[in-house]
Design a protein around this ligand. Structure first.
Ligand SMILES: Nc1ncnc2c1ncn2[C@@H]1O[C@H](COP(=O)(O)OP(=O)(O)OP(=O)(O)O)[C@@H](O)[C@H]1O
Ligand SMILES: CC(=O)N[C@H]1[C@@H]2OC[C@@H](O2)[C@@H](O)[C@@H]1O[C@H](C)C(=O)O
Length: 365
């Protein structure tokens, strides 16, 4: 068994999640405390500038102006996040075997064999004086896989531990949404469409907050069903799994003609409808749907998703006692241990890679 810290800075650009896992890369023995280091508004601006600059990248080592500055920031903020986490929880760093470092995705174009996560693993390892496993998507994309989602193998470990009724579907609603279908040894996964990012960006343009807190604004509006039907015509939704998305693949989908409330309701319903679209792709009807990630904290989104997936019950990871906002960070702790042991991170059913494949780069301080 190893003690691993996992770090995730997701497509929502909200902050860095920190989690602790004791695992041998197969079973989960125990969970530890979680932590969160939000980005300031100024830091988010630096990340958004990097997302704007990143489409100029042709080779994954390139760092155009804007991306280089963001990479320094991402590395520094992750080091800070771990230092405050260790201090707040009185954890002696000598008890940590490995840190799993996702970094920040700034560009994801698997068809061009290109996925770019910024954050310097060697600098982080040196700053923390700990071994770091990073660059966990690269090997899969180089081998022709989608490079995402990576959490399915961890979702399977979680579902087994919780003794979930099978088949189980675990949905992560971050900036982008992704789903894992688990039925004993069958593992099928893909991104489903937008998660919170479209809604967050819309709210940021029209209000003082970059989210529809507790789904309050969408709850006062009416979804525009014609808009949603048209949005679902996008070829992504008809493509078979495995498939993955760049955060900004739907950025041009504007609801600006609608009232703020109707716009928020429409984008929320679009996320719910696009997740539900995946049911037709699954070999069997799931016995349970479990929602993780920040979207599980949005009651309006949860209501719309329950309506779409009825009569199957939709619960959140909170309902199962999971540390729901930290599941992805836990996944990167788990994946780091699997990487150390050379175990597969991705499978034909999760990323389309031709055979189970390990990944990640280990750097010692
Ligand atoms: N109380 C809440 N009400 C509404 N939305 C919320 C609430 N809490 C979190 N969220 C949403 O969740 C988002 C953060 O989700 P999460 O941390 O899972 O994203 P992420 O780490 O970027 O994930 P991913 O890598 O999967 O994109 C916020 O940007 C917001 O949209
Ligand atoms: C390229 C990239 O960073 N993708 C993220 C994003 O955020 C959610 C969804 O799109 C998922 O595919 C992935 O993150 C999770 C952690 C994953 O790889 O499973």
């Amino acid at each position: 068994m190893r003690n691993a810290i996992g770090l995730m800075s997701g497509t929502s650009l909200d902050g860095v999640d920190v989690a602790w896992l004791r695992t041998d890369g197969e079973q989960i023995e125990s969970f530890g405390p979680t932590g969160y280091r939000p980005y300031s508004a100024a830091e988010r601006d630096v990340l958004r500038a990097a997302l704007d600059a990143a489409p100029r990248i042709v080779r994954r080592e390139e760092r155009p102006a804007g991306v280089a500055a963001a990479e320094d920031l991402v590395t520094r903020v992750h080091a800070e996040a771990v230092e405050s986490y260790l201090a707040a929880n009185r954890i002696d760093r000598r008890t940590v075997d490995v840190v799993g470092f996702h970094g920040q995705t700034v560009l994801h174009r698997p068809h061009d064999r290109l996925t770019v996560q910024i954050g310097d693993g060697a600098t982080l390892a040196k700053a923390l004086k700990l071994p770091v496993v990073y660059d966990l998507r690269a090997a899969d994309v180089a081998a022709g896989g989608q490079g995402a989602p990576l959490v399915p193998v961890y979702h399977r470990a979680l579902a087994r531990l919780a003794d979930c009724a099978m088949p189980a579907c675990i949905v992560n609603i971050g900036g982008v949404a992704n789903v894992t279908y688990i039925d004993d040894d069958t593992l099928i996964a893909c991104d489903t469409g937008p998660g919170n990012a479209l809604l967050d960006d819309y709210l940021l343009r029209h209000t003082s907050e970059a989210m529809d807190r507790d789904g309050q604004i969408a709850a006062q509006g009416e979804p525009d069903s014609d808009w949603i039907a048209q949005a679902l015509e996008h070829p992504f939704f008809d493509a078979p799994a495995p498939k993955s998305l760049d955060r900004n693949d739907f950025a041009s989908f504007a609801v600006d003609g609608l009232s703020l409330e109707d716009g928020a309701a429409t984008l929320t319903a679009f996320t719910a409808a696009s997740i539900a679209r995946i049911v037709d792709e699954l070999p069997n009807q799931p016995a349970s749907w479990i929602v993780t990630g920040g979207g599980a904290n949005n009651p309006t989104l949860m209501r719309m998703l329950s309506e779409q997936l009825a009569p199957i019950s939709v619960i959140t990871g909170h309902d199962l006692g999971w540390q729901n906002d930290a599941v992805e960070a836990q996944a990167f702790a788990y994946l780091a241990v699997r990487s150390l042991k050379g175990l597969p991170l991705t499978y034909p059913g999760t990323t389309g890679v031709s055979a189970p494949l390990t990944g990640g780069v280990l750097v010692r301080p």
